[in-house]
Design a binder for this molecule. Structure first.
Ligand SMILES: NC(=O)c1ccc[n+]([C@@H]2O[C@H](COP(=O)([O-])OP(=O)(O)OC[C@H]3O[C@@H](n4cnc5c(N)ncnc54)[C@H](O)[C@@H]3O)[C@@H](O)[C@H]2O)c1
Length: 265
């Protein structure tokens, strides 16, 4: 194995994935940046190399299990046989009332946000297992705290990520692999650029992609306490921390009333 740790990131050409690729490159990681957006990847690679970082880029549609397996194998070979961090970040969001969102588009959203992550985990597993202290980071969302009106299917895909992360954290602890989920509320990226829902209006879009990237770096490093307690979920930003805490203590009827009120603005 080489001395530099390595990180594989899906959906790395833009937004949170891009900011995360830059943050890990700055920390000396060998970065594998993959996306369906080749132009975005080219400009990302230039930016990383300008900072004297090490990067490999390539086309990857996360819904294609064979392509996923191929890209991960190639990257691990480049990285000297190690996969320290796997970040399942690629995702899309469709906003609107459930019945108004095209069914085919909803199926695509489910495929990318859920099957795409399953594909990544499946292909990465042997490499994570053979790399000491490896970590998986799945992009969850504050929309997995309570089902979100006008984001119903998106929100449901993030509940899937929540469950998958919790289960694999337990299973893969046998191999010393940490499996964690990041929980940002709305982030200023292309994903939220053109949307206006009750909750984007009532809660605002306050986080930046860099905020999330910094939180991912910190969660991967992990404090001794976080590792000892096997912290699985990492809320990002004050709003999400408050909402997560609130939902733990409020009765179900009150959580529903609050969510309905926030969604009706
Ligand atoms: N933006 C937010 O408010 C927010 C909040 C919480 C969680 N998240 C999650 O963070 C992740 C990143 O979101 P973002 O805001 O950076 O989005 P973004 O739209 O800015 O970037 C997403 C990237 O994923 C890529 N992508 C889309 N489909 C793909 C596919 N099939 N295969 C590979 N790559 C694909 C896109 O080309 C793009 O580069 C997503 O999982 C999202 O659900 C976002």
């Amino acid at each position: 194995m080489t001395n530099s740790p390595s990180v594989f990131i899906t959906g790395a050409a833009a937004g949170i994935g891009r900011a995360t690729a830059l943050a890990f490159a700055t920390k000396g990681y060998t970065v594998g940046a993959y996306d369906i957006d080749n132009d975005g990847l080219t400009s990302l690679a230039e930016e990383i190399r300008l900072r004297h970082g090490s990067v490999v880029t390539g086309h990857l549609d996360v819904t294609d299990a064979d392509e996923m397996s191929q890209r991960i194998t190639e990257f691990v070979e480049f990285a000297g046989g190690r996969l320290d961090v796997m970040i399942n970040n690629a995702g899309i969001l469709l906003a609107g009332r459930f019945e108004d969102v095209d069914l085919g588009a909803q199926h695509k959203e489910i495929d990318i946000n859920t099957k795409g992550v399953v594909n990544g985990l499946y292909a990465a597993f042997p490499h994570l297992r053979s790399t000491p202290k490896s970590v998986v980071v799945n992009l969850c969302s504050a929309s997995a705290i309570y089902g979100q009106a006008e984001l119903a299917t998106y929100s449901a895909t993030k509940f899937f990520i929540r469950g998958l992360t919790e289960a694999l954290d337990i299973e893969w602890s046998d191999y010393g692999i940490r499996v964690i989920a990041m929980w940002p509320l709305y982030v200023q990226t292309a994903m939220t650029h053109d949307i206006s829902t009750g909750t984007t209006r009532s809660l605002g879009i306050n986080l930046t992609a860099q905020d999330v990237a910094a939180a991912i770096l910190a969660a991967v490093a992990g404090t001794r306490l976080q590792k000892t307690l096997h912290q699985v979920h990492f809320p990002v930003g004050t709003q999400t921390k408050m909402m997560t805490l609130g939902s733990r203590f409020s009765p179900a009827w009150l959580t529903r009333v609050i969510n309905k009120r926030l969604a009706r603005q």
